[in-house]
Ligand binder design. Structure first.
Ligand code: F6R
Length: 624
C-alpha cells in the first residue's frame, strides 16, 4: 500500500526522504517519487522502479531542506513514472503526495479539463495539485498578493482545506507550496498520517516505521484533521471546525526503535517475526499474570469485577487473520469463562444492521489498528451504544484511539504483510481475558493456576517448535508443488486450520481451504485424491480418535496427509507428522498455529515467492 514521507528542517531533505521511503518499502509499492524545494523551484524525481532507483537518480547537490516523498501502489492508472507521486500543478508551484482513493476523482478531473487544465497523469491525486494552486491563485488575486506570502485568509492550509471540501473519499496527504518554503500542509481522512517531532525539524509519514530513525515523539492525526508543520512548530485544526480550533497536541512516544525494523541476519521479515514469537509472547504476559489470585491483570480494559460479571457475551470483530485470532479467542473464553463467545468478520458487521446488545463486550482486533473495516465496525458499535475494547498492536493507531481502552498486543513492529507474531499475541491476550473473566465466575483458583503456568510455558514451547524448523521445511518442500490443499480441524483445531490455510494461500498462492473435519463427508471428500494433500490438526483433546478416523477416511481415498499433532497418533498413519509440544489443552491453538506459519513460509520460499510482499496485498488495509 502507498507510503508517504515529508520533511521540513535543516538537514538535506532528499536523503531523509529516501531513507523514509526505504523504511516503507515493506508495505508494497510499484513506483516511487519525491519532490524537494531547491532554490525556490520544485525538483521532482520519479521512478517506476524501486526506492534504490530513486536514490540512484537523485542529484546529489540539492541540499534542499523541505520535501515530500511517496511509494505508490497503483489504484487509478497503471504503475509508471507519470502516475507516480508527487503530482504537481501546471506551473510547478504545488506538489502533492496522497494515499487513499478520491472517489469523485472523475468528476474533479472533468471539471478541471472543462476549465482548460491539462492533466498529465491518470491519477485521482493530480486534480488536488491543480485545485490547491487555483485556490491560492484566486485568493492571491483578490488580495493583490502576487508573492503568495500569507495574508489573512490566504494561507496554504486554507487553500488545502477549501480544496478538500470538494473531495470525497479517503486520503492522507502532504502538500508542498514553492511559495511557502518553510512549511508543509498535511491532512488525514481515513488514511493514516503521523507527525514526527524533532529538534528544529519536523517529519511526516503514513507509518511510524519511516520516522523512528529520527524521532520517537509522534502525533497521530485524527480523521478530518489538517495540520501545518514548520521546523519548529505545528498546529492542527479540523477540516470542518475552522481556524478557531487550532491546537497543539501532546505527542506520544513510539514503542519501537529503528533496530526493530532492521532485518539483521534474516532474509525476510516474515521469518524474523516468526522467530521473534517467544520474546513477543513474554512481552504480552509481562506484568499481566497475578499468581496471588490466579487471574490476569488487564488494566487497560478499564472494567472492574462487577463490570466483568455483568458481561453476558463476548464478540470479536476483526478482518482476515485478526478475525481468525478472534475465533481462537472465542473458543478459549467459552472454555475458561463459560460465557458465549464468537467472532465475526468486521467487514460484514456494519452492513448487516447488527443487533447490538449492551451486555455484550465487543473486542475490535487489529494488528495495525488502522484497518478501515474494523474501524467502521467500532464506530457503528459506538453509535448503537455497544461497549467495545480494542486489541491492537500499534499504540496510537485509529482503532486504539476510537476504542479508548483495550489490550495492547506488545508484539513489537510487524513488518511482513502476513501476520505471525501479532496473531500469536492476539490469541494469548484473549487467553488472558478468558482467565480474567473466568476467575470472576466459575473458574477455580486451581484451574487459574494451571492456566497461568501453561501461559508461562508458551514462550519456551514455541522455541521448541522453532528448533524443529528444518524438519517442517522438508515437509513443506515435499508438498510445495500441490496446487490445492485442505486444512482440516475440529473444535480447538478449527480456527487453527482456518488461519493455517490463510497463511499458506496469501504468501505461496497455493489454493488452501479449511474445513471442519465433520463436514468433509458432506461434500468436500469428493475432492480428495492423490494430488490433494490435507493438513489435519490433532490437538490432545477428547477428539483424537475422531481425528485419527478423519485421517483414515482421507487416506482410504488416496489423499496424502500431513498430521499436525500434539496428541499421540498411530505410527505410519500420516504421510508426514509435525509434532507439537503439549500445552494446557485450552491453550493448544496458540501453539498449533506456529508450525503452520513455518509450513507456509517454506512452501512460499520453495516456490520463489516475494514472501514479505505477497501480490495484491497490503499490510494495513485503510481503504474499503
Ligand atoms: C493475514 C493478514 C491479514 C490481516 C488483516 C487485518 O496474514 O495479515 O489478513 O490480518 O488485513 O489486519 P489488521 O490486523 O492490521 O487489522
Amino acid at each position: 500500500m502507498c507510503g508517504i514521507v515529508g520533511y521540513v528542517g535543516k538537514r538535506d531533505a532528499a536523503p531523509v526522504l529516501v531513507e523514509g521511503l526505504h523504511r516503507l518499502e515493506y508495505r508494497g509499492y510499484d513506483s516511487a517519487g519525491l519532490a524537494v524545494l531547491h532554490r525556490g523551484r520544485l525538483q521532482v524525481t520519479k521512478t517506476a522502479g524501486r526506492v534504490q532507483d530513486l536514490r540512484d537518480k537523485l542529484k546529489s547537490n540539492t541540499k534542499a531542506t523541505l520535501g515530500i516523498g511517496h511509494t505508490r501502489w497503483a489504484t487509478h492508472g497503471e504503475p509508471n513514472e507519470i502516475n507516480a507521486h508527487p503530482h504537481t500543478d501546471t506551473a510547478g508551484r504545488i506538489a502533492v503526495v496522497h494515499n487513499g482513493i478520491i472517489e469523485n476523482a472523475e468528476h474533479l478531473r472533468a471539471q478541471l479539463q472543462g476549465n482548460g487544465v491539462r492533466l498529465v497523469s491518470d491519477t485521482d491525486t493530480e486534480p488536488l495539485a491543480h485545485m490547491i494552486a487555483a485556490e491560492l491563485a484566486a485568493a492571491e488575486a483578490s488580495t493583490g498578493d502576487a508573492d503568495g506570502a500569507d495574508t489573512v485568509g490566504v494561507s496554504l492550509e486554507e487553500a488545502v482545506m477549501r480544496t478538500l471540501r470538494h473531495v470525497e473519499g479517503a486520503y492522507g496527504l502532504v502538500v508542498l507550496d514553492t511559495k511557502h518554503p518553510d512549511q508543509l500542509v498535511v491532512a488525514r481522512n481515513g488514511s493514516p498520517i503521523v507527525l514526527g517531532l524533532g529538534e528544529d525539524e519536523m517529519f511526516v509519514a503514513s507509518d511510524v516505521a519511516a520516522l523512528v530513525r529520527y524521532t520517537r515523539q509522534v502525533i497521530y492525526l485524527e480523521d478530518g484533521e489538517v495540520a501545518t508543520i514548520r521546523a519548529t512548530d505545528y498546529r492542527t485544526t479540523m477540516l470542518n471546525g475552522g481556524q478557531a480550533n487550532k491546537q497543539v497536541r501532546t505527542p506520544t512516544t513510539v514503542d519501537a526503535d529503528a533496530d526493530d525494523y532492521d532485518l539483521g541476519t534474516y532474509q525476510d521479515y516474515m521469518r524474523k517475526e516468526i522467530h521473534e514469537q517467544p520474546d513477543a509472547l513474554r512481552r504480552a504476559l509481562l506484568g499481566r499474570l497475578d499468581d496471588r489470585f490466579a487471574t490476569a491483570r488487564l488494566g487497560g480494559i478499564n472494567l472492574d469485577a462487577r463490570d466483568l460479571r455483568n458481561i453476558r457475551q463476548i464478540k470479536f470483530l476483526g478482518c482476515g487473520s485478526a478475525y481468525y485470532a478472534g475465533q481462537m479467542g472465542a473458543m478459549i473464553i467459552e472454555e475458561l469463562a463459560r460465557i458465549p463467545a464468537d467472532a465475526e468478520p468486521a467487514s460484514e458487521f456494519r452492513y448487516r444492521s447488527p443487533v447490538v446488545d449492551p451486555d455484550t463486550l465487543y473486542v475490535a482486533v487489529s494488528q495495525s489498528g488502522e484497518t478501515s473495516d474494523t474501524l467502521m465496525a467500532v464506530q457503528e458499535l459506538k453509535r448503537k451504544g455497544g461497549q467495545v475494547i480494542g486489541a491492537v498492536n500499534v499504540v496510537g493507531s485509529a482503532i486504539g484511539r476510537e476504542c479508548g481502552r483495550g489490550i495492547f498486543l506488545h508484539a513489537g513492529p510487524e513488518v511482513a504483510v502476513a501476520s505471525t507474531k501479532a496473531l500469536t499475541n492476539m490469541a494469548v491476550s484473549f487467553a488472558l481475558l478468558g482467565l480474567l473473566l473466568g476467575r470472576v465466575r466459575d473458574l477455580s483458583a486451581a484451574s487459574g493456576h494451571r492456566i497461568i503456568s501453561g501461559l508461562r510455558n508458551l514462550p519456551e514451547q514455541v522455541n521448541k517448535i522453532l528448533h524443529n524448523e528444518e524438519e517442517i521445511a522438508t515437509i513443506a518442500h515435499r508438498f510445495a508443488q500441490a496446487e490445492h490443499m485442505f486444512y482440516i480441524g475440529r473444535v480447538r483445531g478449527w480456527p487453527v486450520a482456518r488461519e493455517g490455510a490463510q497463511k499458506l494461500k496469501e504468501i505461496s498462492y497455493v489454493h488452501a481451504e479449511a474445513y471442519q473435519a465433520g463436514e468433509l463427508k458432506h461434500g468436500p471428500l469428493a475432492l480428495i485424491h492423490r494430488d490433494m494433500p490435507s493438513v489435519v490438526i490433532i490437538p490432545s483433546d477428547d477428539l483424537v480418535a475422531k481425528n485419527v478416523s478423519t485421517i483414515e477416511q482421507i487416506k482410504a481415498r488416496g489423499g496424502p496427509v500431513i498430521a499436525l499433532a500434539s496428541a499421540e497418533i498411530p505410527e505410519g498413519l500420516a504421510d508426514a507428522v509435525i509434532k507439537v509440544p503439549r500445552a494446557e489443552p485450552e491453550l493448544e491453538p496458540i501453539l498449533l498455529n506456529v508450525p503452520l506459519q513455518i509450513l507456509a513460509y517454506h512452501t512460499a520460499a520453495k516456490l520463489g515467492r516475494d514472501i514479505d510482499k505477497p501480490r495484491n496485498l497490503a499490510k494495513s488495509v485503510t481503504v474499503e
